[in-house]
Design a protein around this ligand. Sequence first.
Ligand SMILES: O=C(O)CCC(=O)c1ccccc1C(=O)O
Ligand SMILES: [Mg+2]
Length: 310
Amino acid sequence: MTNYKFKFHPYQRPFKHPLSTSHGQWTVREGIILSLNDEIGNIGWGEIAPIPWFGSETLEQALNFCEQLPQEITTEEIFAIPAELPCCQFGFESAWELVMGKGLSTKDFEPSKQHYSYLLPSYDAAKQSWEAPWNQGYRSFKWKIGIAPIEDEVKIVQELVEAIPASGQLRLDANGGLTKQEAEQWLMVCDTIGAVEFIEQPLPPEQFDVMLEMSHNYSTAIALDESVATLDQLEQCYQRGWRGIFVIKAAIAGSRKRLRQFCDTYPIDTVFSSALETNIGQQAVLQLAAEISDLKRAVGFGVNHWFNEG
Ligand SMILES: O=C(O)CCC(=O)c1ccccc1C(=O)O
Ligand SMILES: [Mg+2]
């Protein structure tokens, strides 16, 4: 039985500008980089990138888990990490696949810009910010809603849709911050203007039934994100009848092995999306996304401009 030497380092990565969502402002991304070494010198890197307000473990829980592990661990121990630590499951399995020589360890996987969705800045800064990425080849843009009064936000979306050429598409992410009335208002506006690919997580996860009903009543699609943050939740929403879009933040969802099995079994409509990981986590997600999905929808990884090195 192989033992892998295990090391880990916490990191802190400030955002260039705070990221505003309906949960408030986010200024520093914190996580853990880990490595596994085998006896013959192979190394695999992995990343643990928790977002507790999204439903994952906290950084502290992940650190406690890493600190109590022995310096050497086995494959069995990696696949026995509990589902309550989904980011740890993802980080360890990523590193394990790489040290085992699975996946694209040497040549990074990088789809072209037109397959990425570009995360626009909040508020009306979005209006000045789509053109440069457009000229780089981006065609999908994402903007956060549910932050300012709805009338102001609707006006900005109308202006954006008018400005962006017709081959572009816009995603609107409410992070669960709308009321039912506001969600219906947004869906009506989007049905009228077209050009909006989907509204992401309009209501909080508790209001699954309302979102399920809304998903049948409008032509604009709804994508679940917070509702399907972990694999347990993803499976539950599927069993309860969700056939709209599933945003998959694989770095938070949990076990890569279990996500592969789920996507092999059920032909779901997916958007693979960033949890604002470093390049190590990004490559681990993109490689998995390319393996288990058709990448029909742009991946939500047009986010590197949010960081200074980006
Ligand atoms: O999904 C994307 O396109 C960008 C990433 C993103 O919006 C995001 C990043 C970190 C945490 C939450 C979210 C989110 O989708 O709500
Ligand atoms: Mg989202």
